[in-house]
Design a protein around this ligand. Structure first.
Ligand code: GLC
Length: 640
């Protein structure tokens, strides 16, 4: 496929020898990965696809602006840029944060002040009008939502951010398009080529066969995985909402389209692509149509092609799947470290909330211990909350390891976080009650789920202290775990649930909007004058954590956190083995003061330790160490 003749034919496409060398050297490096993975998916059809892709790549390479080429070189010199302890992410809706893209530009100072180096702006490419799944129903990948600005505003914002050391992260919705997207419109108009961009079936035979093993993503508002379309005269595959049409990745033309989209957006300055719903990309009868091997070949091929043109770009997998499946998104076997550079650690997030409710870390610890190791050049995205609901992805096996029943524990968590459990501190809403499986997912902001809403209503300062203790504990674990911590907009101010979401007709049916509030700039200002406000205490606590993290090399993400057996079920212990020395992290998940046996820490760290969070010294020769409620320690060895 990538024969020397083909490569030598490419040279005249360049005016400049150095340019040609750069492209051809990268092609020499990544071309075989591209070709092999295309062949694994498309067989002989890959032979015709490859020259088409090379054309797309050459075009984008020539069009790549000089400042982005410079960034490419810088990144090649610092391949671990996403792993550094000073890497901090912030996730926001452009409109809810600052109105428009220009508005976001005006708030860059706020982000810099927090230490943000990675800004994920939630879907902002032009979606369909009306209901659009929070922007995840894209009608045009080459235009921006009109109320936010223009595509040139996006380039300008990316440039501005880049100049200030902040990488722009955008969603790449690559499993589906809106039914208003040009491909869908042309398919409806009867163009056979575009009909092949989708999975369309003339009758129920195939859909019914697939449905036997397909789960339901939105059982409440979009039951089933296929939608009848009159104009198509067929059933079209719609995993998510009826207006989101799954694209057919078994068609090589679809691969070419998305590569072109990626490279076009990369040339506009997007540095990280969040590969939305990536697990669903490939369909296979008799399976749940998630995590199929072709998904990894496709990602590998996309990444290889992107590296040739824009090596500054990284991929982040949004695969909310079981740990055994998740690891493949960071790469195993031939794909080891060569697919997504980063993946959400959904399990860590779920287990944190589980431990907070049960005041018991044994399940969290067992789940982390059973996690397969990740490639060292890849990074977890760690998070406390995001724009989605929390699904109780606690496996029956993990639950059984610590003597729990999976279904019962999941029921407990749904009851607890919807406030149905007696004595629960949480205020959350049930999202997508699945009557078949009994699953009830949960919506709510971190602060409301951690008890702040209820505590403020009760007027009891001790309960407010506890709620803030919980919020900060979870953020400390997110920051200490090692990966890109993804702060969710508003959590730095402990924003509560926004029940007014129901007043917006296109949001009303989807209660995930309860945890997508508008930024409260008045509160952001007020905390400067009143440090006793809960928001001010959360903010100060978080800023302190971020400052400590930045100066702690032990938190480099190439190294993993491993749970240690803990003599106290309320206390999580994590160990990180860094060349500079061992670090042990201690997290008290209960509202009680705990006398923790010091020998456990002495075995790891020696007779003395320094806690980086409080900058204090501990004598580990004493029998016990006092842990205040929700106290966390980041310990490194020190003189006794
Ligand atoms: C991802 C998004 C979610 C969206 C879905 C479909 O899971 O996070 O918000 O509904 O993809 O695009």
């Amino acid at each position: 496929m990538l024969t020397p003749e083909l490569v030598s034919r490419l040279r005249p496409a360049f005016d400049d020898d150095r340019d040609a060398d750069t492209f051809l050297l990268r092609l020499e490096r990544y071309g075989p990965e591209l070709a092999d993975n295309l062949r694994a998916v498309y067989g002989e059809r890959a032979d015709a696809l490859l020259p088409e892709l090379l054309e797309v790549m050459l075009h984008a390479y020539h069009a790549r602006p000089a400042d982005l080429r410079r960034l490419d070189e810088a990144r090649l010199l610092r391949p671990d840029w996403l792993q550094a302890p000073d890497m901090v992410g912030y996730v926001a809706y452009a409109d809810r944060f600052a109105g428009t893209l220009k508005g976001v530009g005006e708030k860059v100072g706020y982000l810099q002040d927090l230490g943000v180096k990675y800004l994920h702006l939630m879907p902002l490419l032009r979606p369909r009008d009306g209901e659009n799944d929070g922007g995840y129903a894209v009608a045009d990948y080459r235009a921006v939502r009109e109320d936010l600005g223009s595509i040139d505003d996006l380039s300008a914002l990316a440039r501005d951010l880049r100049g200030k050391g902040i990488s722009l992260v955008l969603d790449l919705v690559l499993n589906h398009v809106a039914e208003e997207h040009e491909w869908a419109v042309r398919a409806r108009a009867g163009e056979a080529g575009y009909r092949d961009y989708f999975y369309v079936y003339p009758d129920r035979e195939q859909p019914d066969a697939f449905e036997q093993t397909l789960p339901e993503v939105f059982p409440d508002f979009a039951p089933g995985n296929f939608t009848w379309d009159e104009a198509l005269g067929g059933w079209v595959w719609t995993t998510f909402n009826r207006y989101q049409w799954d694209v057919n990745w078994s068609n090589p033309a679809v691969f070419r389209e998305y590569l072109d989209i990626i490279l076009t957006l990369a040339n506009r300055g997007v540095e990280v692509f969040r590969l939305d719903a990536i697990a669903f990309l490939w369909k296979r009868l008799g399976t749940d149509c998630q995590n199929q091997p072709e998904v990894h070949h496709l990602t590998h091929a996309l990444r290889a092609a992107t590296r040739v043109v824009a090596p500054a770009v990284a991929f982040k997998a949004e695969a909310i799947v079981a740990p055994g499946d998740l690891i493949h998104y960071l790469g195993s076997r031939d794909h080891h470290g060569r697919v997504s550079d980063m993946a959400y650690h959904n399990s860590l997030m779920v287990q944190m909330w589980s431990a907070l409710a049960s005041r018991d870390v044994r399940l969290l610890s067992a789940a982390l211990a059973a996690f397969p190791p990740k490639p060292t050049n890849t990074t977890w995205g760690s998070y406390v909350r995001c724009h989605d609901d929390i699904g109780w992805a606690v496996s029956d096996e993990d639950a059984a390891r610590v003597g729990l029943s999976g279904p019962e524990h999941r029921r407990f968590l749904s009851d607890f976080y919807s406030g149905d459990f007696a004595g629960s501190f949480a205020r959350g809403l049930v999202f997508q009650h699945n009557l078949q499986t009994g699953d009830r997912r949960i919506s709510g902001t971190a602060a409301s789920l951690a008890g702040l809403e209820q505590a403020l209503e009760s007027g009891d300062p001790a309960r407010v202290d506890d709620a803030l203790g919980r919020l900060l504990l979870l953020h400390t674990l997110m920051l200490g775990f090692g990966g890109v911590p993804l702060l969710y907009m508003g959590d730095e101010l402990a924003l509560l649930n926004d029940y007014a979401f129901a007043d917006t007709p296109e949001h009303a049916p989807d209660n995930r909007w309860v945890h997508r509030p508008r930024m409260d700039w008045a509160l952001a200002k007020a905390i400067q004058d009143d440090p006793t406000l809960p928001a001010a205490r959360m903010n100060a606590g978080l800023r302190h954590l971020l400052a400590v993290r930045r100066r702690t090399p032990h938190l480099h993400a190439s190294i993993e956190s491993h749970p240690l057996p803990s003599p106290d079920p309320c206390v999580l212990l994590l160990r990180r083995e860094h060349p500079l020395g061992v670090m042990v992290q201690v997290y008290n998940f209960s509202e009680h003061q705990i006398q923790f046996p010091a020998y456990v820490l002495r075995d790891q760290l020696g007779d003395g330790a320094r806690d980086l969070l409080s900058d204090s010294h501990f004598h580990l020769t004493r029998p016990t160490l006092t842990l205040a409620p929700f106290r966390a320690l980041w310990l490194v060895g020190a003189e006794a």
